[in-house]
Design a protein around this ligand. Structure first.
Ligand code: ATP
Ligand code: LTN
Length: 331
């Protein structure tokens, strides 16, 4: 069975972009692949976190993985820090990643270009840790949103480099990016990615948003003056974004079918249909989320997941360290 691995940073509350671009696919693939789904809590401290908020976000993130349909019997669900090998292999990968490669990573470059102050070393070297996350499990595929493609490509380059230098160590992974929904845009500015760091809060639908608030955000989404429900991301980015959301939440309904349904109707009708689909999905997730919080499923899932992931990760780290010639006592 082919392996798949992905992670989400608990830097804030999970949003619809995280669900449509990533989480939904983890769930779809868990039957077909050996799935490793983790919470990237080392990655999230690359930017400052409030400890209390982080603790809440962390628990919510695990609960939401489960509430969205990840099944601990099928997928290995774990916390990155529960498997020490991530940090250790992360350091080793960092020592095989060139500064030129890190300098090209847009996430860091953008923050620097925006004049953000006190950027950390952890943020700069983060793609090397992400590479370790992936190769530690010999993942064949990495389902992610569009913004992460560059990091998976770097992982491939470093894995190939190390395989060439030390002999076959790692499987070389491929990013798996959905055709629809890999970059859900902000509802208040369809030229910007829907993001946890949305300051106005109007453009981002959180999975735990109150349903009324979520509906209001959809109904207030920025559209255009064309007046036709048509998929054209360049000229109608707002409408095209809503079409992607609707399609993703309704069994990948084709765009031409959506266009035909709303032919001759106003944007109000279309937005109501999108809001209905969003609220139905949020309601389903939130009901399950409340049940999970009232149970001990978070703890049992993480304990189980950490044990399964550690077994794979420790064997891989031992192999790498031996190949590099770093070890004396074989583990
Ligand atoms: P932020 O929302 O703060 O920009 P992020 O994308 O940097 O967060 P994560 O929350 O860890 O980081 O992302 C988890 C997954 O969700 C990744 O695979 C990412 O590509 C995907 N993702 C994030 N935002 C979107 C979006 N707007 N549309 C589609 N996929 C997204
Ligand atoms: N960098 C990703 C989160 C992440 C990840 C990973 C995704 C960390 N390690 C390994 C896939 C595979 C992000 O910022 N969204």
């Amino acid at each position: 069975m082919k392996r798949m691995l992905s992670g989400i940073k608990p830097t804030g509350q999970l949003h619809l972009g995280n669900y449509i671009g990533a989480l939904k696919h983890f769930v779809e693939y868990q039957d077909e692949y050996e799935m490793f789904a983790f919470i990237a809590n080392l990655h999230c401290i690359t930017v400052p976190q409030d400890p209390k908020e982080l603790q809440t976000n962390l628990r919510d993130c695990v609960a939401l993985y489960l509430a969205c349909g990840l099944d601990p019997k099928k997928a290995t669900i774990f916390l990155q820090t529960d498997v020490m090998e991530h940090a250790q292999l992360g350091y080793i990968m960092c020592c095989h990643t060139y500064l030129g490669e890190l300098n090209r990573m847009t996430q860091f470059k953008d923050k620097q270009a925006n004049g953000e102050q006190n950027l950390t070393g952890g943020l700069y070297t983060y793609p090397a840790l992400m590479a370790a996350d992936i190769v530690l499990y010999d993942a064949d595929y990495v389902p992610v949103g569009e913004d992460q493609k560059q990091h998976v490509e770097l992982t491939r380059d470093v894995a190939i480099r190390m395989n060439n230098r030390y002999g076959e160590l790692f499987r070389v992974p491929e990013p798996l990016i959905a055709k629809v929904g890999a970059r859900i845009m902000s509802l208040s500015d369809p030229n910007k990615k829907m993001s946890k760091s949305d300051e106005s809060n109007k453009g981002c639908i959180y999975l735990l948003d109150d349903l009324k608030a979520a509906r209001k955000k959809v109904m207030g989404a920025v559209t255009d003056s064309v007046g036709k429900v048509h998929y054209d991301p360049v000229n109608q980015p707002g409408i095209s974004n809503l079409m992607q959301i609707l399609s993703s939440l309704t069994n990948d309904r084709p765009f031409d079918e959506i266009e035909a349904e709303f032919e001759g109707k106003g944007y109000g009708d279309f937005k109501r249909a999108v809001a209905d689909a969003v609220c139905a999905k949020l309601e389903e997730i939130q009901n399950r989320y409340r049940e999970i919080l009232a149970s001990d499923l978070i703890e049992t899932t993480l304990a189980d997941g950490a044990a399964k992931a550690s077994a794979v990760a420790s064997a891989k780290l031992a192999k790498v360290q031996k190949a590099i010639g770093m070890e004396i006592i074989t583990r």
